[in-house]
Design a protein around this ligand. Structure first.
Ligand code: FAD
Ligand code: NA7
Length: 564
């Protein structure tokens, strides 16, 4: 339980200046920023037993960030960038944990955390202007600010299947992987889901398992990832050019560290487009394939079909059994999060891998020994893996009891789909600051996280300097930001595909726009404009006069001693 200490906070009755929830990239950096740069009294929580966030939970075989390593990190610490030696082009789960552990040690961040503690309730108290926060460990604390770094892919989705509990074998969700790992050697393994996670898992486990049955609902477009060790010269070159690289990332669209193409391909011949697609296929990377090749793949159905048709050709060339190839071949738009893999289609050439098309023959029920599909076919399994994704973006919020002004619960406010101003703030929820909240940028995420943490921290500093107690986004600004996000989303083909990006992966969840698809560069310009306009889309409430400009902490005790 957290020790209360009211002597060094800014607001009367507050145990802490800020409570931060989450120990991923977002929570860790926010804790460091508020505590070490603003000198605030911060209490942070995570329900995991240590730092890592996404990467603490997702330790399944094959787990990899498909953002290239040198941009899957934070940029503010120039010394760390020079000291840290990326081993490979992409960063595996253990390597990300190594980086985040180092980050936590470097800034001694763990001392501000209470782990294995789930924040269950956060209620804004309109009398005190503080957040009343409760945890599953019995903590009850108050804080002026509530910062939520809950993660947008951290609430696991386990679909409800008939007689799920009957199955006697082991079951795991990829996003809640046991710390000791799972032994697949010689086992009959089943996996439901063929998204980014499913593909990584399937490719990694097929050689180890006795037999692997893949339950596929939708076939997927996926290109090679082409991970490889980074040569010393390459790493040196990255280090020498970090400043330019980060400037490019922060002004780009998807922030993946490459220049997005400005050349449309809808009017080009197949010969011309395939030359470019072939080079991208050889080079590797899903976002590169979609955004570095041509500028209109996510916008124009004709261009989209060209990119999709190329992947279909590759599947036909790669998969030896034509019936298997047909099942693996998508025919819909290429407009979900772009995927890449380390030999996914090749895996289906193995004798120990079977593919069940659950659109054609849906899962009817679980049995004691496995899964029965509607055709009556039984699939006997020792271990079943759910690679079924997440209740993305708002899932971690709606699973908590968060209440703003008038006792309004966030899950009620968001019942038709989540909203926000800038992906950071919410009208009716004063002094609550979201990292990667709904309608934030759709990008490689650490640069967006860094952008938001810096911006939130500047806002809090502004509050302190101007003796304000409370800041809250205006409802009209939130409405207008939502309209902007919808308008941009509707210009793209992403809005026409059924995926977690629009909340379409969870039965009963409102299909809604959940991202700003205008790119990180434009997003940063909007944030900068908000500041230069004097935070005109926010309302502020002053601190009581007797608290204005009082020194805090040790300095306040010295001031009291001298009767100041
Ligand atoms: P997270 O890392 O998700 O951390 C949130 C933490 O908050 C978690 O530890 C969670 O347990 C904790 N938490 C939530 N609710 C509570 C509560 N009520 N009380 C206490 N603690 C709570 N992004 C990319 O940009 N590139 C990639 O290649 C990429 N690959 C990914 C692969 C996988 C398998 C997954 C799942 C995600 C991937 N992502 C990728 C997205 C990834 O989530 C982000 O890049 C980033 O790690 C998010 O950091 P975060 O700090 O915002 O949240
Ligand atoms: P995704 O991309 O949401 O993929 C989940 C997969 O699970 C996908 O293939 C789904 O099929 C499948 N699924 C979900 N529910 C069911 C049911 N009820 N029956 C059968 N199949 C089902 O999650 P990931 O974890 O792979 O990736 C999420 C993000 O994390 C990813 O974009 C990276 O950023 C990291 P569907 O395609 O919906 O038909």
């Amino acid at each position: 339980m957290v020790k209360k200490d009211q002597s060094i906070t800014q607001m009367p009755g507050a145990d802490f200046d800020a409570v931060v929830v989450g120990a991923g990239f977002g929570g860790l950096y926010m804790t460091h920023k508020l505590r070490d740069q603003l000198g605030m009294h911060v209490q942070s929580y995570d329900n995991a037993s240590d730092v890592g966030g996404t990467w603490y939970w997702n330790r399944y075989p094959g787990a990899l960030s498909d953002t290239e390593s040198f941009v899957y990190c934070l940029s503010f610490d120039k010394d760390l960038l020079q000291e840290w030696n990326w081993k490979n082009r992409y960063i595996t789960q253990p390597e990300i944990m190594e980086y985040l552990n180092h980050f936590a040690d470097r800034f001694d961040i763990r001392k501000s955390y209470q782990f294995e503690t789930k924040v269950t309730k956060a209620i804004f108290n309109e009398q005190t202007n503080l957040w009343d926060v409760e945890t599953d460990q019995g903590d009850k604390v108050t804080a002026q600010h509530l910062v939520t770094g809950l993660g947008l892919l951290s609430a696991a989705n386990i679909p409800k299947f008939k007689d799920y509990d009957l199955f006697k074998g082991q079951t795991y969700h990829t996003g809640a992987w046991p710390r000791d790992g799972v032994d697949f050697t010689g086992k009959r393994v089943g996996v439901i889901g063929t998204g980014s996670t499913g593909q990584q898992f399937i490719t990694a486990v097929a050689p180890e398992a006795g037999h692997l049955t893949v339950f596929q609902r939708s076939p997927q477009y996926s290109v090679p990832v082409r991970n490889r060790p980074l040569a010393e010269e390459e790493l040196n070159q990255i280090k020498e050019t970090y400043d330019e690289r980060w400037a490019q990332v922060f002004s780009s669209g998807v922030a993946f560290g490459f220049e997005e193409s400005t050349t449309p391909c809808a009017d080009l011949s197949e010969e011309e487009t395939d030359k470019v697609f072939e080079a991208a296929w050889e080079n590797g990377g899903g976002f590169r394939y979609m955004f570095e090749t041509f500028s209109d793949i996510a916008l124009d159905p004709i261009a989209n079909e060209k990119a999709a048709a190329f992947v279909r050709k590759k599947i036909a060339e790669t998969v030896t059994d034509p019936e298997m190839a047909a099942k693996l071949t998508p025919h819909d738009l290429y407009a979900k999060r772009p995927l890449c893999n380390a030999g996914y289609y090749e895996t289906f050439n193995r004798n120990n891998v079977a593919l069940v098309d659950v659109k054609a023959d849906p899962i009817a029920e679980f049995t004691q020994t496995g899964i029965r599909t509607e055709s009556g076919e039984e699939h006997e399994l020792d271990i079943l893996i759910f690679a079924t994704g997440f209740d993305a973006v708002d899932g971690s919020y709606t699973r908590m009891d968060i209440r703003g002004r008038g006792g309004v619960q966030i899950k009620d406010k968001w019942s038709d789909g989540p909203t926000s101003y800038l992906g950071i703030a919410n009208a009716g929820f004063p002094n609550m600051h979201m990292i990667l909240g709904p309608n934030g940028p759709f990008t490689n995420l650490p640069p967006s996280i860094e952008t938001q943490v810096d911006w939130i921290s500047d806002l809090i500093e502004h509050l302190r300097k101007t003796d304000q107690a409370v800041v809250e986004a205006n409802q009209d600004a939130e409405d207008s930001w939502g309209a902007t996000c919808s308008e941009i989303a509707n210009m793209t083909l992403f809005s026409k595909a059924e995926s977690w990006i629009f909340g379409a992966n969870i039965p009963g969840k409102a299909h809604a726009v959940m991202f700003y698809l205008g790119g990180l560069g434009n997003y940063r310009n909007v944030l900068a404009e908000e500041v230069s306009d004097g935070y005109k889309n926010f309302s502020f409430k002053k601190k009581p006069a007797e608290l204005a400009n009082k020194p805090r902490g040790l300095f306040s005790k010295i001031a009291n001693f001298f009767g100041l």
